[in-house]
Design a protein. Structure first.
Length: 402
């Protein structure tokens, strides 16, 4: 429909058009193309309701709750502070325990929070949605390119056994040969949502910091500062902590570029090439409300963290016992689904796998070649650090023995 014809439509019909939009990109382009739609979006309850609708149709419930949480913080004032502290806010609205795939959202709808708010409040939320979509696309591309640049190796003998015959695994050295990983597929909906969740968590903290500076909130981040409290207050499990750290690492990477850096209360601007055209969003493989659909999968952490537990030696000898997750996080392994790990040659689900996490761990530990491949991703410095740690642990153990 030409934009000129939209201008003659009554608000009731424009609201009807809003109700059929299921993604934020389409809503944004409609507002840019139609001044009448833009006015209706800003000056009535139509905007917040349209935002609620498009977010619930395109995002996981936990992210929708975080968007609503950001709206609560942005509209806070000394007379209406809504939540007493950052910790209480996270417990009530943003923690994994508060938002489950099958539970209603804890935070009130945008149509309620943004009622009687100044003009442009709804548009500012939509612009933040747009910025985070751009950042998500750029972040995924950044880590995908890092994966494409790796030079992994596989064991010449795929049946190697670490720690066999009582040998310390970190002292063993099997011959290997480089291999070329298969091309990686585009990011999935679940992978996009993981990155988006990280950005919205950072956005929540940025908005809280700004509201505190403007004395609209009296929350106290404490002496440690928001960067230390972020994982403690917002993340309650290993997988989501490293997921957030992956996004935070990317933000630090962007802020090293003066063109992208902003003040501390704003997320950085997306890099060049990711600022104009709204990126295509991956589509979920099944309806969001299906019992075992994408929202259910999103609720689980990336399985790379599960595999990492095997590298720690929790289920047997490991050649890199005690290795930090950082080298693997720098490749985006905290956000990739298992299919990406298979493509990279880092995993091969057992034929009898039935979805039990323990099966993953046991199979990973018993596959010496896969441990060899993960070890091949480490730098000489990382390997030297692992060697020193394990030798020191062995020395202390020997001294403690009677």
């Amino acid at each position: 429909m030409p934009a000129s014809s939209l201008e003659s439509l009554p608000p009731e019909l424009l609201n009807e058009i809003f109700s059929y939009i299921t993604d934020p990109r389409t809503l944004y382009h409609l507002l840019v193309a139609s001044p009448a739609s833009s006015r209706l979006f800003e000056y009535s309850q139509s905007g917040p309701q349209a935002l609620d609708d498009v977010l619930s149709h395109s995002m996981a419930p936990q992210i929708c709750a975080m968007v609503r949480g950001v709206a609560l913080v942005r509209t806070a004032n000394p007379e209406n502070r809504r939540v007493a502290s950052l910790k209480a806010f996270v417990e009530q609205y943003a923690s994994p325990r508060a938002v489950k795939p099958t539970c209603p959202l804890a935070a009130p709808p945008l149509a309620q929070t943004l009622q009687h708010q100044p003009e442009r409040t709804s548009r500012c939320i939509l612009l933040t949605v747009r910025r985070i979509h751009h950042l998500t696309s750029a972040c995924l591309e950044h880590y995908r390119e890092r994966c494409l640049s790796i030079n992994p190796s596989r064991a010449v003998d795929p049946k190697i056994r670490w720690g066999e015959g009582g040998e310390k695994a970190w002292r063993q050295d099997f011959p290997g040969v480089p291999y070329q990983p298969a091309p990686m597929a585009p990011p999935t909906w679940v992978e996009e949502q993981r990155v988006m969740r990280g950005f919205w968590r950072l956005q929540l903290l940025c908005d809280a910091e700004r509201a505190i500076a403007e004395r609209r909130l009296d929350w106290d981040f404490g002496e440690a500062g928001k960067r230390v409290l972020l994982p403690e207050l917002v993340c309650r499990n290993f997988g989501q902590k490293d997921e957030l750290d992956t996004v935070f690492d990317y933000v630090c990477h962007l802020q090293q570029n003066p063109a992208s850096a902003t003040n501390s209360t704003l997320l950085p601007a997306p890099p060049e090439g990711h600022r104009c055209r709204w990126p295509e969003q991956a589509q979920p493989e099944a309806p969001l409300d299906s019992v075992m659909g994408p929202v259910h999968m999103f609720g689980r952490s990336s399985l790379a963290g599960v595999f990492y537990s095997s590298l720690l030696g929790l289920f047997g000898e490991s050649p890199v016992r005690g290795v930090p997750f950082r080298p693997f996080r720098e490749l985006g392994l905290a956000i990739w689904e298992v299919e990406k790990l298979v493509v990279l040659g880092l995993w091969e689900p057992p034929l009898d796998y039935k979805g039990v996490v323990r099966d993953y761990m046991l199979a990973m530990w018993s596959n010496g070649d896969k441990l060899f491949r993960w070890r091949s991703l480490l730098s000489p410095g990382d390997l030297a650090e692992v060697w020193v740690k394990n030798e020191e642990r062995e020395r202390r153990r020997a001294l403690a023995s009677p």
